[in-house]
Each structure stands twice: as C-alpha cells, then as structure tokens.
Design a protein around this ligand. Sequence first.
Ligand SMILES: Cc1cc2nc3c(=O)[nH]c(=O)nc-3n(C[C@H](O)[C@H](O)[C@H](O)COP(=O)(O)O)c2cc1C
Length: 208
Amino acid sequence: MNQVLFVKANCRSVEQSVSVKLYHAFLECYQKTNPSDRITELDLYVEELPYYNNDMMNGMYKLRKDEILSPTERNNVNLIMRYLNQFVAADKVIFAFPMWNTTVPTVLHTYMDYLNQPGTTYRYTPNGAIGLMHNKKVALLHARGGVYSSGPAVEEEMAVRFMKHNLKLFGIDDIVTVIVEGHNQYPEQQQRIIEMGIEAASKAAITF
Ligand SMILES: Cc1cc2nc3c(=O)[nH]c(=O)nc-3n(C[C@H](O)[C@H](O)[C@H](O)COP(=O)(O)O)c2cc1C
C-alpha cells in the first residue's frame, strides 16, 4: 500500500479551472486503479500557510544545530515539520497548479519553501547538494493559457521549471508531467485542447 499525497495549488472551482479539472481526473482514475492506497488531499488554499519567515529560518537552523528554540520559533518549526514530515512520508506526490504570471501561485512557492530543508530533503557536500528523496514518484499537472513549450515564450516559463528544479534538488527523477497549454491563445481550439489534457491526466493516473 502506497501513501499518496495530492497537493492542489488553486483557489478556483473545478468548473472554472483547467488545472483543477486535471487534478480531479487524475484523482478519480488513480483511486479506481489503486483502491487500497492511502490518499491524502492537501489544498494549499485551505491550509493558509504563512510565508516562510525569520522565526522559521532561525528555528530550523537551531533545530539542526541542536540549540534551544524560543517558544515562537518552536511553534513555527512545528508547523514546518507537519508539512515536511507529510511530504517525506509520501511514496507518491501529485501537484496540480496553474501558471500565474509565468510562475507558480505564491502558496505553492511557500509550500516548496517549507520543503527545502537541508538535512531532510537534501544535504550539502563539498561537491554540491545531494538529494535525499530518491524513492519518491511525482506527477506535475499544470495548465497555462499561452504556449510555452515552443516558440518565443520558452524562456519565460518558470512554473514547471521551478518545480522540476526543486524536485531535482531533492533527488526526485521520476517525474510525470501533464501540461495543458494554449487554450487561451487559441480560443477556437480551447475545448479540444482541454479535453485532450483531461484524457492525458486520466491515462497518466492509471500507470502512475
Ligand atoms: C492571475 C493570473 C495570471 C495568469 N498568468 C498567466 C501567464 O503568465 N501565462 C499564461 O499563459 N497564462 C496565464 N494565466 C492564465 C492561466 O494560466 C490559465 O487560465 C490556465 O488555464 C491555468 O489556470 P486554471 O488552472 O485555473 O485554469 C493567468 C491567469 C491568472 C488568473
């Protein structure tokens, strides 16, 4: 039985949002294919994570050095550890997120700030960082209105690239991506593009 964590970084409804449609299509198919897996859903907009702040930084630093934390630092560290331990315990993690202003929504950036912990998700060596999360599998379900996979906007893409960079730092190489793009740029093809994306998400869930 696998522990599977579904992370949603979008405050819009399934009727309004393409990435939320991908999330539900993937979840439904995954559940049907793997009925005995333990699934946890994490809606980052419900969690209302505080931005990564100085008490968190100082608290995590002191924790690593085995130093005494102030009560405020302790509370902040406990919050980080809740999300960090949940991520570490998961065998598989699915992220669903839209492109906003060429990057990820702030809530997802904050969540990744929580997970970027030397000594847990990666460690430093004289030759650079080494990831510590090798046995994890990740799916990235992403939607963006314009086209970024080819053409002049390729260099502007900082959403999937940001996620892949972080996951690579953690040592995660097994990454499946489902990307829906161009449905705002080409409105006459919108329906077909979105339908194909939902189908791709369902298909990916079966073998994930
Ligand atoms: C605040 C905001 C910023 C956006 N920025 C971009 C952008 O930089 N590039 C782009 O192609 N689409 C952009 N979009 C459009 C979304 O990427 C598009 O609606 C896509 O379907 C993902 O959102 P959804 O999953 O909620 O549908 C933006 C949408 C919003 C609401």
